[in-house]
Design a protein around this ligand. Structure first.
Ligand code: NAP
Length: 299
């Protein structure tokens, strides 16, 4: 009889955590998910006690402090979750010989390029959130020789309807429904990433025993304005959408101007391409309907 391996997912209440938990179970992992309410990863004793009692083969960290602008006012809060709490997870994994999969961000880069970033490019974060996420990467590799760090970009998953921080698609829809004019930057570029497809790649990488840094972005470089246009085009929702510029859009945190990620390594190693952005957006709206229906039924 095949032995079912056990995986723990921290941050399972987030849009990516939900998809990773589901995907691991589909791939045959016995999976236990911990939301922030069940396990706050800043608490080393809590992390240790769950990891030691469950003794998993794999620990996946989907938890993060993601408030990019607020992190400028409270860098310590971001560092506690994204840096030191990753250290807690890495040390706990080392004790039971579990492998760690940790998610990081395109914001470890400064955006001073016009080509998608590869794993060989030098990180140089330009805001407190990016520094905190880079520290998490360093902690993972400091204590584990086989940690897997997956950098991703502009994550959008249908569970973002319910999560505290949502995602860009839901922000656009909410504003359009409220009849608010939308001004979106057309001179800042990223590679928005569909959470279910990212989860599928992450589990494939983990199953293959991959370690080191991998980039898993959406595979297409696009401005946020053009991404917003795609959202309204696919959903057929009317919106007052106009392009704006970085200069006209003030924010507390500096953001990289071009932070698309190259999936070349992922594809070269046989993990396949990510779905096209239009295809991913179509699937997003299909799945979103299901998430909404389930939400209405459970009320
Ligand atoms: N979203 C993006 O556009 C984006 C872009 C690049 C990289 N990433 C990375 O992708 C990963 C997944 O992000 P996501 O989009 O799924 O974010 P998300 O939906 O905001 O999920 C993050 C989860 O982490 C939880 N969390 C926060 N602090 C915690 C703590 N101390 N202990 C345990 N859980 C905690 C949050 O709980 P609460 O809701 O209760 O706070 C939330 O459920 C993160 O590593 C993020 O940095 C995301």
């Amino acid at each position: 009889m095949a032995i079912t391996k056990k995986a723990l997912v921290f941050g399972s209440g987030g849009q990516l955590g939900f998809e990773v938990t589901r995907r691991l179970a589909q791939a045959g992992w016995r999976t236990v998910g911990f939301s922030r309410q069940t396990a706050d990863i800043r608490q080393a004793d809590v992390v240790n006690s769950f990891v030691e009692s469950e003794c998993p083969a794999l620990v996946v960290n989907c938890a993060a402090y993601n408030l990019v602008d607020r992190a400028e006012a409270e860098p310590a809060a971001a560092y506690l979750v994204n840096g030191l709490a990753t250290r807690n997870l890495a040390l706990a994994c080392a004790k039971v010989n579990a492998r760690l999969v940790h998610f990081s961000t395109d914001y470890v880069f400064d955006g001073q390029t016009r080509e998608p970033y590869t794993e060989e490019d030098r990180p140089h974060p330009i805001n407190a959130y990016g520094v905190s996420k880079l520290s998490g990467e360093l902690y993972a590799f400091a204590y584990l020789k086989d940690a897997l760090v997956i950098r991703t970009c502009g994550v959008f998953g249908p569970e973002g309807i319910h999560t505290a921080h949502g995602n860009f698609v839901e922000t656009m829809l909410r504003n359009a429904h409220a009849g608010r004019p939308l001004r979106v930057v057309s001179d800042t570029f990223a590679s928005p990433t569909f959470a279910p497809a990212l989860a599928e790649k992450a589990v494939s990488l983990a199953d293959a025993g991959a370690s080191g840094v991998y980039h898993v972005g959406g595979g297409e470089s696009i401005s946020w304005y053009h991404f917003a246009r795609l959202i309204f085009d696919v959903s057929q929702i009317a919106a007052d959408l106009q392009p704006t510029t970085r200069a006209d859009y003030a924010s507390a945190a500096a953001r990289p101007q071009f932070s698309a990620l190259s999936n070349a390594r992922l594809e070269a190693e046989g993990f396949g391409p990510m779905p096209g952005l239009r295809e991913a957006m179509t699937e997003y709206f299909d799945r979103r309907e299901t998430v909404l229906r389930k939400g209405n039924l459970s009320r």
